[in-house]
Design a protein around this ligand. Structure first.
Ligand code: 5GP
Ligand code: MG
Length: 185
């Protein structure tokens, strides 16, 4: 596995420190709210991040793991999403969506639209990584771990072609590996 890595972008200690800081930022944001928080991690890239994060949140919470499938409408250019998974009731809940990477923001906006239809009391979003592709559109995120350059990264839950999620660092793959296969999220 390590021979496929071009360079480490974020090492283990830096990830650990920042995730702990994010947990404090999130705990502070919910300090008044108390219980009734439902964390909705988007599969599969956010699993390691969310596992580290929730163990540092000092209040009662529920977790509903979901997979996002996005689609384009057949006769229109409209885009939507369905969430598959075990989603607890979100009505009246403070919902925190957690994703691995914010790139164009399309995924998160679709997920936010679906979740709003379930009438949560409040909806916030946390991402581990944000790329510059997020562009001029309104920011759909409340908590960001790291701003990174526009490079394809793997590790700490993030994959390429299903692999490298177990790498403890966030790293850039050797470019010849990326062109061999189609890009996988
Ligand atoms: P967006 O909809 O914001 O353009 O794309 C976000 C999704 O693309 C993320 O949830 C993630 O699955 C995938 N993605 C974007 N950049 C990367 C990357 O560098 N590495 C990996 N493994 N996935 C990425
Ligand atoms: Mg994703």
């Amino acid at each position: 596995m390590h021979e496929d890595i071009l360079r480490v972008l974020i090492d283990e200690a830096t990830i650990r420190r920042r995730v702990s800081e994010m947990a404090r930022e999130i705990a502070a944001a919910y300090a008044e709210t108390g219980d009734g928080i439902t964390i909705v991690p988007l599969m599969t890239g956010s699993i390691i991040f969310v596992a580290d994060l929730v163990r540092q949140l000092p209040f009662k919470l529920r977790i509903g793991l979901v997979t996002v499938s996005s689609y384009y409408g057949r006769s229109t250019t409209s885009q939507g999403a369905t969430l598959q998974g075990v989603l607890p009731s979100l009505s009246g809940q403070n919902v925190l969506v957690v994703d691995d990477v914010l790139d164009s923001g399309v995924t998160l906006r679709l997920v936010q639209n679906v979740i709003r239809q379930a009438n949560p009391r409040d909806l916030k979003t946390a991402v581990l990584l944000r790329k510059p592709g997020a562009g001029p559109l309104p920011e759909p995120v409340d908590f960001v771990g790291f701003d990174i350059p526009n490079e394809f990264v793997v590790g700490y839950g993030l994959d390429f072609d299903g692999l490298y999620r177990n790498l403890p660092q966030i790293a850039v793959l050797r470019p010849e590996l990326l062109t061999k296969n189609a890009m996988a999220c």
